[in-house]
Design a protein around this ligand. Structure first.
Ligand code: SAH
Length: 218
């Protein structure tokens, strides 16, 4: 991928408009809006997308995967109900945009990607070096990261066929998981809270994610 890592006044202006767009769609959390304002989304895309990087759309990032729509990123980030210093497990690093939004909001992010090529791209993505609070892993998100558990929050950014039991196990009591669940074309967003004796599930709007797949892809 060829990135342009120059942040111009034009980009900053477009970002401000994007913040207004997601606000207009109902996002209120100040930390979320501030992070979207701060983070240059065009850095996470091929320079061919420079002109459209600040439209509220998903775009291809290679390997048949996409960078999520800004509204979707904002929506999931808001539902996570982040507290500064929360340990967050993200499944589906993709472009790393969502991971950086969470890090900019003050979270400690552990993010897993199953596509080796996308994982490697992020290793050589210079802009990410400043985010010491993001740790990148190549692996199968269904398995989580038992070594680094327990997590305060879990965010799944691919369509899950079910709530992955291993991810639930790796959450603290009172911890929350934001996850789109369904095997069809659209998935309903859920927020799962881990209780002493089970789980509580809240249901939110429908979205359309790429599928969460088993195993790693070299
Ligand atoms: N959070 C990303 C969204 C990327 S799309 C962003 O901000 O750009 C979803 C990503 O989930 C894809 O990169 C896909 O390869 C990855 N994925 C799908 N199933 C996975 C799994 N089991 N474990 C880890 N990553 C997975």
């Amino acid at each position: 991928m060829r990135r342009s890592l120059e942040d111009s006044y034009r980009h900053k202006g477009l970002r401000k408009k994007l913040v207004d767009t997601v606000k207009g769609k109902g996002i209120q959390n100040k930390l979320v809006l501030e992070a979207i304002h701060q983070v240059p989304r065009h850095f996470f895309l091929d320079s061919a997308f420079d002109d459209v990087a600040y439209t509220d759309k998903a775009f291809p990032i290679g390997e048949g995967q996409t960078i999520s729509q800004p509204y979707t990123v904002a929506y999931q980030s808001e539902l996570l109900d982040l507290k500064k210093g929360d340990k967050v497990l993200e499944i589906g690093t993709g472009s790393a945009y969502q991971a950086v939004i969470l890090a900019a909001m003050g979270a400690k992010v552990f993010t897993i990607e199953r596509q080796k090529k996308l994982f490697d791209e992020n290793k050589s993505f210079a802009y990410l070096k400043q985010y010491a609070n993001i740790k990148f892993f190549y692996g199968d998100g269904f398995l989580g990261l038992p070594t680094f558990a327990p997590f305060d929050k879990v965010i799944v950014t691919a369509a899950a066929p079910e709530i992955p039991p291993k991810l639930l196990e790796q959450m603290k009591i009172g911890g929350k998981m934001v996850i789109p669940v369904d095997t069809g074309d659209v998935q309903q967003m859920r927020r799962v809270t881990k209780l002493e004796d089970g789980i509580d599930i809240e249901y939110f709007d429908n979205f359309s994610f790429v599928p969460m797949l088993q195993g790693k892809n070299s």
